[in-house]
Design a protein around this ligand. Structure first.
Ligand code: GLY
Length: 258
């Protein structure tokens, strides 16, 4: 099934070494290696049949390669978010410029203060959107998001986060009713209706795989998850994301797919 025609990514900047990190995956990112991994990521996306728009690096924002957070792009509208991380909030300005090339003015919506929301907390499952209430996404942000979605015929429900950074750090939808779930999301009633593959604890990072037009991109080095995704019948590609992992970033964080 071809669902996505376009992807937006942003090149990592040198300042990424100062990006936000929980320290869960220790070490400073190697910038040159990050660039190579980003190249491979773009190539993998192209293999999935999408047109990739590559935005230039933005040294003002160390985490700006994680383009998923300042916008949520749907088939009917674009929602420019209001990132809850202060050092990332300004990323919304340049992502809006990029998004304007794809959506008409009256289909571009905004989350505004005091609401905060980051795209990493949003998981699209058909016409329903799960939104993580996290350190970055607050109650008012979810209220605004839900109101915007309703205008376009979409529904939304909140998932409370207790441990991880973003919702999609621990749960990701692979279409066809299939979810990858890890840690705090394994037993959440919110996901009871889905077929769940429970990620082994030692491969928790690989909960963050992305489905792109029937291919699932899996982070390199997670054999159990890779085997499980193949077993579910998907074509797979792997990409090494070691340098982004040091900033708690994964495959979904690095692109907007629409
Ligand atoms: N380093 C990615 C983030 O914390 O937003």
């Amino acid at each position: 099934m071809k669902k996505f025609n376009n992807v937006i990514v942003r090149r990592p900047c040198r300042a990424m070494v100062e990006g936000i990190t929980s320290g869960l995956y220790p070490g400073k990112p190697d910038y040159n290696l990050a660039l190579k991994q980003h190249d491979a990521y773009i190539e993998a996306l192209k293999q999935c049949g999408v047109q990739v728009t590559v935005l230039p690096a933005d040294e003002a924002y160390p985490d700006s390669c994680f383009v998923e957070d300042p916008a949520v792009l749907t088939a009917k509208c674009a929602i420019i978010t209001n990132p809850g991380a202060a050092s990332r909030n300004g990323e919304k300005v340049s992502i809006e410029e990029a998004v304007r090339k794809f959506y008409p003015e009256d289909r571009i919506e905004h989350i505004v203060n005091p609401g905060t929301l980051e795209g990493g907390d949003v998981m699209m499952c058909g016409d329903h959107f799960f939104v993580g209430r996290s350190a970055r996404t607050n109650e008012e942000g979810i209220r605004q998001f839900s109101e915007i979605l309703a205008k376009y015929g979409y529904t939304c429900s909140e998932v409370k986060l207790e441990e991880v950074l973003h919702l999609k750090t621990g749960v990701n939808y692979l279409e066809n009713n299939n979810l990858l779930v890890s840690g705090e999301f394994v037993n959440k009633p919110d996901f009871a209706a889905y077929h769940k593959y429970i990620i082994p604890e030692e491969e928790a990072y690989a909960a963050n795989c992305i489905w792109v037009n029937d291919t699932v991109i899996v982070p390199e080095g997670y054999q159990a998850v890779l085997a499980a995704v193949k077993q579910m019948g998907y074509q797979t590609l792997t990409v090494d994301t070691s340098e982004f992992r040091k900033l708690d970033g994964g495959l979904s964080c690095l692109s907007l797919r629409f």
